[in-house]
Design a protein around this ligand. Sequence first.
Ligand code: TYM
Length: 341
Amino acid sequence: VERVFSGVQPTGNLHLGNYLGAIKRFVELQKTHACIYCVVDLHAITVWQDPEELRRHIREVTAAFIACGIDPKAHIVFNQSQVSGHAELAWIFNCVARMGWLNRMTQFKEKAGKDRENASVGLFAYPNLMAADILLYRATHVPVGEDQKQHLELTRDIAMKFNNDFSASISAAGHGEGYFPLTEPLIAGPATRVMSLRDGAKKMSKSDASDFSRINLTDDADAIATKVRRAKTDPEPLPSEEEGLKGRPEADNLVGIFAALADTSKSQVLADYGNAQFSTFKGALVDLAVAKLGPIGAEMQRLMGDLSAIDAILADGAGRARVIADETIRQVKDIVGLVRS
Ligand code: TYM
């Protein structure tokens, strides 16, 4: 069976990159796959979070999933810490993955910065927990933005090493060739890496100090308009072909955002807006972004008015996730040789 899993950290400021690179794709995959979408709160605490804020952000990501069109009845929506299997399998993967593999992770290097001695052990082991998230459900496909590519390669390495280290035990238990699947990343479309609106060389991110660098899912029409109009550009009009975006990162970014929001391609956008001035193009982009994001922000706000309803969705999703997760944990314990009752 094909199963989709993906996760979003509840660390605040969900933005257009999270939406176009991930959540919008989560919504599309519901038509063709059984999907599990997780608010990864255990990942969030790899850097310190204010407890009150963390609680709010967990519910806000849940509200965003639903406001964007994820159906929590037909699929599974829950927060990671409610299913203990994530932490249990992550420990086993801590013992499968090699120090050298994790030392190569560029996201750790970026997040830990210069003061690596002072980073949490959890931040270092983060990719093992991510592999556990995915493989706990033996997910075959994982939709993510470009920045998660290396973590998904590590997930495959862990699956392969586990399958190999325990191959005799796996076939003795009747699981056939390998126990864990080699998960495929789904990284596609015109917005797999949405860049900052202030700097075409920087990724749009939750943690950028400037709020003008990103469009938040909760921004109202005025904020969206101001941010798009202030977005950095170059003085030339838009090219009429994709080739002409080379060396123009800000133009490339805005065209990619437009294409993703309009469900079309960059070349189609350039066929429509080639030779237009940025003032014209930005006007059209504001209208499009407000039309697409306005209803999402409004619905998030409405959902956040009833936190007990959100918590009920998370509890229901966790219950259904646990059924799958517990079975995997039982089988993994048997494969590894841990005695259970
Ligand atoms: P996170 O919370 O940083 O981001 C959530 C999703 O948004 C994507 N994304 C972007 N896509 C395009 N342009 C951007 N500027 C941009 N910024 C973020 C991310 O690629 C991601 O898909 N480690 C993950 C969370 C995670 C996970 C998992 C994902 C934990 N376990 C298992 C998949 C499967 C993360 O930090 O995402």
